[in-house]
Design a protein around this ligand. Sequence first.
Ligand SMILES: [Zn+2]
Ligand SMILES: [Zn+2]
Length: 255
Amino acid sequence: MTWQGFLTTFAALYLIMVVRYFMVSGLFYWLLWVRPQEQLTARRLTGIRPDKALILSEIRWSLLSSIIYTIAGAIIVEAWKAGGTALYTDVSDYGWWYVVASLFAYLFVHDTYFYWTHRWMHHPSVFKYLHRVHHESRQPTPWAAFSFHPWVAIIGSIAVPVMTFFVPIHVGALMFMLIIMTVTGVLNHTGYEIMPDGWLRGRGGKLFISAAHHNLHHQHYRCNYGLYFRFWDKLMGTDVMESEYEFLQREPQIV
Ligand SMILES: [Zn+2]
Ligand SMILES: [Zn+2]
């Protein structure tokens, strides 16, 4: 690995990260917050409308955090090129079942790591130094998906890269996981619940986190710390959700 190679990879990845962020966050911001929204207000999670200063702050922190995530990504790519990771490209190496199993294993480990580091960041002695930035968004917008203090971004970008050195994962599965990370990061901060009623009331809503779940974390702080799954919140008694489904009953209204 050379510095020049690393910097080239870094520049290319950062460009992809930023374009990805503006495309996905921008799309959902436009869909949910800019367009006339009579049909959507029933699914709006709070009456708070974030102001322009907050949105600009969310974008600034997200672009800064993306530098950290890009460094983590560039390390993986360069280490892979040098043959130093457990990434592989031939599905037949472990079979299709392993592609699926490894994806879930990565998601579960990432979720576990996120849950416990997130809970730790809510400890009063560390909250103001690390995690306060993310909670400046009392009602987040899609732009808050990566709105973290750089130290939080550093802590958050350790688990997955470390795993790629030890736990084999197909490159396609890892790319798919990055898409899941992006989409869930944006969707959980939209301020609207867009998943269908059937999903929310069914097994999907019981297992997976959605916007309504994470929005409650931004409102109440001391609940719903998870990232993808409700597993750890339920196990540790920090899950708050069931009583909040009444928003599904609301009639569309103009606000
Ligand atoms: Zn959040
Ligand atoms: Zn938090």
